[in-house]
Design a protein around this ligand. Structure first.
Ligand code: H79
Length: 437
């Protein structure tokens, strides 16, 4: 009797499980909100563009078949030997900058893989360097508590199954390809990196070429979710980048080389380079410390994350001047990180003079520039300012009239790059609707 009842229970249970599985395949699975919140609380990450192309010092995303002929480009890996590559040093540079996550170009449009894959021979294990760059970085990140993420584009000009060979010369774009076979290989590669390296997030790119459709993107998104439901993706799996509706597929918006607008409804991350080029370029122009800090703060003030890019040199080291600049950002964050990590943007729209962030009952007014002896900002409706002070401790006098607050600024601001003024309120600052400056 006992076993019969047991069998019956098992039968009912397995039917329920099957029904639940059917239900989940019908409705596309989304990333849990708690995971997205974890991601957005990090605010600052390191983007790394690296690969055999660094030997030419040209751009990874568009120099193949342009500045570097295809034949030459596709053979660069035979000499790829970045002997100074040290994952611990890259991760330390990110950590010293105050970054909380790191995203490596495991596969860019040129199709070369920085990990030893079972699914494509065009990978780092076939170069003289041989070592697993993705694996070593994943390990170093884990050791240092930096969240590890992977960039992998949906383009692949090297793969014979991908229908486009050369976007610069449409007349020779006759390659027929086989998108079904291509997507199968893409899935295998994705499953390989997810199960081997456990990325928190996958950063897709290259949706714009004609062979790729939004349906392909949705298929890949669903596949990723079937491997690990908690893996986040950016919105570049579908055809539209600026909205998470319509033709976009994924979890967050991705303004490129520009700071996103304040958006309290949809998560976003701006990717911006520390110099001009994504991949290493000799003597590339580097942003000033002021530009770097204000880029980060304006991004956080718009409620977004900043994925700040470095391109390590051909021998594998990150230029000393870039490491130093990142460290300077880290020093600023050590003193002012309270106004960045785990905050929300707003309630004020960022301006050239200041941007605001908020957490609990505090609004942080991040002042970029002293234009006058007072900083004038609009009133926060239905709230009292209980206290006002610089994050470094000095009190700040604040007056208000019907037009707004007048914050008295000292003759010189305490920090020439960005000084944080805290306003303590009698209400929860995160509930305040956006105020037009
Ligand atoms: O990985 C980085 C870039 O390589 C990649 N996205 C970021 C994160 C990217 N690949 N392509 N694009 C971005 C857009 C390319 C625009 C281009 Fe052009 C138009 C390439 C050639 C024409 C603009 C004008 C850039 C170079 C000339």
């Amino acid at each position: 009797m006992k076993t019969k009842t047991g069998l019956l229970i098992a039968l009912v249970l397995s039917t329920c499980v099957a029904m639940a599985q059917q239900a989940t395949t019908a409705v596309p699975v989304k990333t849990p909100k708690a995971v997205m919140d974890q991601f957005m609380d990090k605010r600052f990450g390191m983007f790394i563009h690296f690969g055999p192309v660094t030997q030419r010092g040209t751009e990874i995303g568009w120099s193949r078949n342009d500045q570097v002929p295809e034949e030459e480009y596709d053979n660069l890996y035979h000499e790829f030997n970045p002997t100074l590559f040290n994952a611990d040093e890259w991760v330390k540079a990110a950590k010293d900058a105050g970054m909380k996550y790191l995203t490596i170009t495991a596969k860019h449009h040129d199709g070369f893989l920085l990990w030893p894959s079972a699914f494509s021979d065009y990978n780092v294990s076939k170069s003289p360097f041989k070592r697993d760059i993705v694996g070593e970085l994943a390990k170093a990140c884990k050791k240092e508590g930096i969240t590890f993420c992977i960039y992998c584009t949906v383009l692949d000009w090297h793969d014979k199954d991908y229908p486009i060979d050369n976007p610069h010369h449409p007349e020779i774009n006759a390659r027929k390809g086989d998108m079904a076979a291509f997507k199968t290989r893409m899935k295998n590669e994705l499953k390989e990196v997810i199960t081997k390296y456990h990325p928190f997030m996958l950063w897709f790119d290259g949706y714009w070429e004609t062979p790729w459709t939004t349906a392909d993107g949705q298929e890949i998104y669903n596949y990723i979710k079937s491997v690990d439901v908690n893996v986040i993706t950016n919105n570049r799996l579908g055809k539209v980048t600026d909205k998470l509706s319509g033709d976009a597929v994924g979890d967050f918006l991705t303004p490129e080389q520009t700071i996103g607008k304040l958006n309290m409804a949809e998560p976003w991350e701006s990717c911006i380079t520390i110099c001009n080029q994504w991949a290493w370029k000799p003597n590339d122009q580097m942003k000033s410390l002021k530009q770097c800090i204000q880029t980060l703060v304006t991004t956080a003030s718009g409620n977004g994350n900043l994925l700040f890019n470095v391109g390590p040199a051909m021998d594998g080291h990150i230029e000393a001047r870039q490491v130093a600049r990142l460290k300077e950002m880290g020093s600023w964050l050590k003193q002012n990180g309270e106004a960045i990590y785990g905050t929300k943007g707003g309630p004020y729209l960022p301006t050239a003079e200041y941007g605001a962030t908020r957490k609990g009952n505090k609004v942080y007014i991040n002042v970029f520039e002293r234009k006058d002896s007072t900083l004038n900002i609009p009133l926060i409706p239905n709230a009292q300012v209980l206290k006002s002070y610089f994050l470094n401790g000095n009190t700040v006098a604040i007056k208000s009239d019907s037009k707004g607050y007048k914050i008295e600024l000292p003759a010189t601001l305490p920090d020439e790059n960005c000084s944080v003024i805290v306003l303590e309120l009698d209400v929860d600052a995160t509930e305040i609707p956006v105020i037009k400056s």
